[in-house]
Design a protein around this ligand. Structure first.
Ligand code: 3PG
Length: 212
């Protein structure tokens, strides 16, 4: 079953942005996040192991919903789907990516950072968007400015979001959830500190989303 983009964004306050170098880490990491209450997992296509990691999580962690991040082409979307990804996240937006995900039945959270990019995504039917890189591209003030002209769009700000500022983003009416890498510190993954990751996930899962 494939979730919609809004369902992906609505499941928990945080979508973890995951970088996996070693296939052996995929299943214990996914289980650690699920144990903390975070099920929507974005595994970035940034490492040679990424697709194999998505495949393993899809097969072996039924309580997780694994997606592919860093989707930069139609070919990436195709490969992610073949591996078992159930949603895609892109760092920007092109019509080719939008069409590929639509044709594959793969939910897409397209990355946007300008009004023109929001309009292009909306033209292709996408209204649940990732704001990337959120802090670097204008942060809270940018999201507030978009509430006027783009009041129907829901955002997942990602990039520079952390435990320290996530609540401020989540307080905004046009923010459905946030994304970030802070739930999966590289050293914790490398050293198999799964309990530490479960604790970070549990903290993130408790973050308030006031308008709900
Ligand atoms: C990324 O590009 O890795 C994601 O946007 C996560 O960014 P972050 O490390 O600032 O959370």
């Amino acid at each position: 079953l494939m979730p919609s983009a809004l369902e992906v964004m609505g499941d928990a306050p945080v979508i973890p942005v995951i970088v996996l170098e070693d296939v052996a880490h995929a299943v214990p990491l996914a289980r650690a996040l699920v144990a903390g209450g975070i099920r929507m997992l974005e595994v970035t296509l940034r490492t040679p192991a990424a697709l194999a990691c998505i495949e393993k999580i899809a097969k072996e962690v039924p309580d997780a919903v694994v997606g592919a991040g860093t989707v930069r082409s139609a070919a990436d979307a195709q490969a992610a789907t073949m591996a078992g990804a159930r949603f895609a996240v892109s760092p920007g937006y092109t019509h080719a990516i939008g069409k590929a995900c639509h044709d594959l039945g793969l939910a897409l959270l397209p990355g946007v950072a300008t009004g023109s990019e929001i309009l292009a995504a909306q033209e292709d039917g996408y209204t649940a968007l990732k704001f990337f890189p959120a802090v670097q591209a204008g942060g809270l003030a940018m999201l507030k400015a978009w509430q006027g002209p783009f009041g129907d769009v829901r955002f997942c700000p990602t990039g520079g979001v952390s435990a320290a500022n996530a609540a401020e983003f989540l307080a905004l009416a046009n923010v459905a959830c946030v994304g970030g890498s802070w739930l999966t510190p590289a050293d914790a993954v490398k050293n198999g500190q799964w309990d530490r990751i479960t604790a970070l996930a549990a903290e993130a899962a408790k973050l308030p989303r006031p308008r709900r």
